[in-house]
Design a protein around this ligand. Sequence first.
Ligand code: NAD
Length: 455
Amino acid sequence: MKITIIGTGYVGLVTGACLAELGNDVFCLDVDQSKVDILNNGGIPIHEPGLDDVVARNRAAGRLQFSTDVAASVAHGDVQFIAVGTPPDEDGSADLQYVLAAARNIGRHMDGFKVVVDKSTVPVGTADKVSAAIADELAKRGKNEGFSVVSNPEFLKEGAAVEDFMRPDRIVIGHDQTTEGLRAHALMKKLYAPFNRNHERTYWMDVRSAEFTKYSANAMLATRISFMNELANLADKVGADIEAVRHGIGSDPRIGHSFLYAGCGYGGSCFPKDVQALERTARDYDQDLLILRAVEQVNDFQKHVLGKKVVKRFGDDLSGKHFAVWGLAFKPNTDDMREASSRVLIGELVRRGATVAVYDPVAMKEAERVLKLDFADDAKLFDRISFAANPMAALGDADALAIVTEWKAFRSPDFDRVKAALKNPVIFDGRNLFEPQVMADIGIEYHGIGRSILT
Ligand code: NAD
């Protein structure tokens, strides 16, 4: 099938590459010329395991092309996926300017029937706005081409995006029951047929339910995290071990083990903005989502928990102190720094006068770019950050090590070397990677999240 993907970011690039891998002829459009240049020169603008191979293979086979040519992109695909960003607006609502710009471009150039697929995460009712934008542009041209707007939210996880896309738990597709909507159903069914060979994974529904499903899923996952974080903070006070509690409750099949990890807060481009956007939608309908408001508050607090533990141990004034930070990306296997907890911790440490040596297996370049922006109004703070070549190099002479991202490479370090390199053998573990008892036996002072039973 001939497919156009509008927006070649994490979702668009993975979607385009994976659909090409299944034999489709895919045209990826982006407004960012530098991104398109990188891709056309055989590079990949993001870190995503396995993606480089899929992109290279399909480019070489002539099934995957990258361009900034809007007219050509609209002409190419019978199915037009909109996969542009939907960042939070000032009031927390999803900013739809990129989605609607993409829709207008389709209306401006289309000839013949198109299925327009909202793959971006968009609030309930957005498909109507996309339809209106396309219809408006068609009317300006005096055209009456048929089209149908379908909602097909994406559930892939950064860091496992290719695997998730190729083996999805579910595919959610919302369409209407008009003649065009049923035509769209038939095309989407054909496009996704290879994913449904072993068993049916597609959930067909109306457009609004599909839009709502995506927000509900992310809100539920964020809720589990904040719930465990709040309990972990209490566990610290009452002297319980949240890791033991996690196993104890996760074994109940009604609860399950997934997404029960306490830590130093969730980040990324999805949970924070999607929780906010859902709250905002609710307010538009005069409803207050009390649970989600608390989920957000707990997460804001949680991003400061490591900083608070450092202050409790070393005092308010950290001038003259030096800390090592392992893990900068908002989660492992990605270089994505959006809303990463590391930014909050580093900000707190340098503002209190400390210097910081940081290390991340893949996010160093992106971290440098983002931290420079974080401290744009006070470059002296940025100068307190040094970027280490490897985890051990970050430790030299540090008063303590703080771990913010649970990269596999941090799970079993040589603790004797860690201890020897640090000025003080102190670890603040924001992801509960280590066992307090093991740390105590080695002689490392250990501060986990909800694990203060021994400290
Ligand atoms: P991203 O910022 O990585 O990529 C968006 C791309 O769209 C950018 O390259 C940008 O230049 C391009 N763009 C903007 N306007 C354009 C236009 N008019 N025409 C062509 N290209 C345009 O964003 P992302 O992380 O891929 O997220 C995209 C959407 O998918 C968001 O709504 C997000 O919430 C959702 N989503 C993201 C994830 C994830 O893990 N990142 C998972 C599921 C859903």
